[in-house]
Write a protein that binds this ligand. Structure first.
Ligand code: ARG
Length: 396
């Protein structure tokens, strides 16, 4: 049997190589992708092979991640439970897609991942695999094996000469990609505990951020970020730059209690400077060019879209249908939004669009006012009719 394993080089997936090999009498092919975290492919390859894998595929998926996953979710306004921009959730189907390709190329019979049975990530990997390659078996060693603690895993690793770099347990579990970082476990498990500074990886504490604000002007074309501070740029570099600048100003720290698909509530910390800035800017531009009906209706679509992504249903007809709606809605989402970044806050400082339906001559309170005030009288007769009827009834 041949198994393609999603490999990070950490303790779980290192132990998984040996465990899978023995339990399934299998050849193990490792798969790692670059989705924005800073792995060294040479070191990973050497480590995987030393641990018993026969090969490691390393793929740079950053562009695909941005163009096929991040941009659609940004256009959709996908933010789970009003806070989480879905960095981890978006990367899982992408990685699973990559693994399935390798499995086909290698003629493997199974893929394996290192997710636990309590989380959302197992769902995302497995729904993607079911959709793309229902014939593949999916194995989740961490869900199946006999180890009950990190210490037991370390003992096993030592016994079989599996190189483990970490001796002391890391204080948090961290998942890192270019749309954001997810941090959990350790003292964060008590939702009353304020995260200590060591939990944060890429953002400055707002109180230590520069005392001078900085502006970032983001240009969009049909909902896609295409420029930063007046200079045309690809979305990947815009995301990278905003991660840096936003992080410096303490933007993008999110502390939330969220509902996992398996029913557990979990306390999560995220750092997503670029996602927070871009979502805020994008939504603001929609306010300028959308009708009230469209703005309010799209809010519903965004919420549903975020659930679909969170629940691992990236490859589904309902998501495709929502994408079609979202794409049409973005027809006029072209323009610029000026964001002010200052000590943890990212606020809109200005917005403009050639497709704006904001009219200064209607909004103004000066002599230039073009609004027909008299017309409001007749409008109120009719719009106010239900209130009048109810009022009359309730007086009786
Ligand atoms: N709760 C988030 C999600 O389900 C993040 C999970 C990330 N995993 C981690 N090891 N920190 O998308």
């Amino acid at each position: 049997m041949k198994i393609v394993l999603a490999y990070s080089g950490g303790l779980d997936t290192s132990v998984a190589i040996k465990w899978l090999k023995d339990k399934y009498n299998a050849e193990i092919i490792c798969y790692t992708s670059n989705v924005g975290q800073a792995d060294d492919p040479k070191k990973l390859k050497a480590k995987a092979i030393k641990t018993g894998a026969s090969r490691l595929y390393f793929e740079d998926l950053r562009l695909k991640f941005v163009n096929e996953y991040i941009v659609p979710s940004l256009k959709a306004g996908a933010i789970y439970q009003d806070k989480y921009p879905l960095a981890t959730a978006l990367a899982r189907p992408l990685i699973a897609e990559g693994m399935v390709k390798v499995a086909k190329k290698e003629n493997a019979q199974a893929i394996a991942h290192g997710c636990t049975g309590k989380g959302n990530d197992q769902v995302r990997f497995e729904l993607t695999a079911k959709y793309l390659a229902p014939e593949l078996k999916v194995i989740a060693p961490v869900r199946e094996w006999e180890f009950h603690s990190r210490e037991e895993e370390i003992d096993y690793a030592k016994k079989y000469g599996i190189p483990v770099s970490v001796t002391k347990a890391k204080p948090y579990s961290i998942d890192w990609n270019l749309w954001g970082i997810s941090i959990e476990c350790g003292r964060l498990e008590n939702p009353w505990n304020e995260p200590s500074e060591d939990a944060y990886q890429i953002t400055a504490a707002p109180e230590k951020a520069p005392a001078k604000p900085e502006y970032a002007t983001i240009g969009f074309r049909k909902g896609v970020p295409v420029s930063l501070n007046g200079k045309g740029a690809d979305t990947l570099s815009i995301v990278e730059k905003l991660t840096k600048t936003g992080g410096k100003h303490g933007i993008g720290r999110i502390d939330m209690v969220e509902d996992r698909l398996v029913g557990i509530k979990s306390r999560e910390i995220y750092e997503a400077p670029a996602a927070v800035i871009l979502h805020a800017a994008h939504r603001e531009l929609e306010k300028l060019v959308f009708s009230r009906d469209l703005y309010e209706f799209k809010t519903l679509i965004s919420q549903r879209y975020s659930q679909i992504v969170y629940f691992g249903q990236w490859f589904s007809h309902i998501k495709e249908c929502l994408d079609a709606f979202v794409d049409e809605s973005q027809k006029f989402v072209t323009g610029e939004v000026k964001m002010k970044l200052y000590r943890g806050a990212c606020t809109v400082a200005g917005r403009r669009s050639p497709y704006s339906i904001y009219s200064e001559s209607l909004a103004t309170y000066t002599l230039k006012d073009m609004f027909d005030h008299k017309a409001a009288q007749g409008f109120l007769e009719i719009f106010g009719l239900p209130s009048k009827l109810e009022g009359l009834r309730d007086k009786k």
